[in-house]
Design a protein around this ligand. Structure first.
Ligand code: OAD
Length: 254
């Protein structure tokens, strides 16, 4: 168990690291969207989806087995995510852009909330629930309506699918190389709101650590990387990140 410092003291220490940093990368997961009302990936599914296992629905074989069910699950999630607003954690990351030279967000999230908050450089490792392409040909599909019973068809005849990475699928080309490059070139890397379980995203904090970046974890719970981080800020990102930005602004006298 790590020694407990009060959050204000921690925020001050992290702000000192940031005051000397040019490049900062945020590796984020579902936890940073929790305070926007979006359940995390490992939160229990609710309502009619409580009886379904996301690890089965979010797979190519799950889609081929029951295209209607998987399509309706994503339609439900697209609606849920569509109404969500960025929370103070997302906004703190945006505000940091005016305090350090470069801020990059490398996210596992598919909800688009970092972009909605105004983050200028976002790498979506797992794609986006707002994007679609056809299952067999990879042809992009646009303006896909809500409330369809089943997947629409592409001009090539193949079923349209959500533009998200499913279990067992490769990440979008260049996503990991971008993530590794940003982690290698950042003096400070935050790991916020992720259980750090899903590869290859979960390898990024280790890559940052190997390259000498200062690792800051923001999570109410410990994770497999808690033991290797430089600072563990145990709390919700919507409260913790604004405290870090406030401490940095005070340090800089802005
Ligand atoms: P998880 O649901 O696995 O983990 C969410 C993490 O956020 C947990 O460690 C929580 O403790 C933490 N958390 C909860 N509330 C928080 C808050 N307010 N502030 C900060 N952290 C909070 O979600 P991910 O790690 O993102 O991949 O899951 C990774 C991937 O697993 C997802 O992208 C998805 C799934 O497989 C694909 O769909 C390909």
């Amino acid at each position: 168990m790590r020694e407990k410092s009060d959050m204000q003291t921690l925020a001050g220490r992290v702000a000192k690291l940031l005051s000397k940093a040019e490049r900062v990368t945020f590796l984020t997961g579902a936890g940073v969207s929790k305070e926007s009302g979006i359940p995390t990936f490992r939160d229990a599914q609710t309502g009619m989806w409580a009886n379904y296992n996301p690890q089965e629905l979010a797979t190519p074989e799950g889609f081929l087995k029951d295209p209607k069910l998987v399509w309706q699950w994503y339609d439900y999630r697209r609606k849920l995510l569509g109404d969500a607003e960025p929370n103070p954690g997302h906004r703190a990351i945006v505000e940091l852009e005016s305090l350090v030279t470069k801020v990059t967000v490398v996210t596992q999230n598919i909800d688009g909330l970092h972009q909605k908050a105004g983050s200028s450089d976002v790498v979506e490792l797992h794609g986006s629930i707002k994007k679609f392409y056809c299952f067999d040909g990879g042809h992009d599909a646009h303006d896909v309506p809500f409330d369809l019973e089943e997947p629409p068809l592409c001009k090539c005849g193949s079923m349209i699918r959500p533009g998200v990475v499913w279990f067992g699928e490769a990440l979008p080309p260049h996503a990991m190389s971008r993530g590794l490059k940003e982690c290698a070139e950042s003096e400070v890397v935050f790991v916020a709101g992720t259980s750090a379980l899903v590869q290859p995203a979960a390898s990024l904090p280790y890559a940052a650590h190997r390259r000498g970046a200062k690792l800051i974890e923001v999570n109410p719970d410990e994770t497999p990387i808690t033991d290797i981080v430089d600072e563990f800020m145990q709390g919700p990102s919507g409260q913790v990140l604004p405290m870090v930005v406030a401490a940095l602004k005070e340090l800089k006298g802005v």
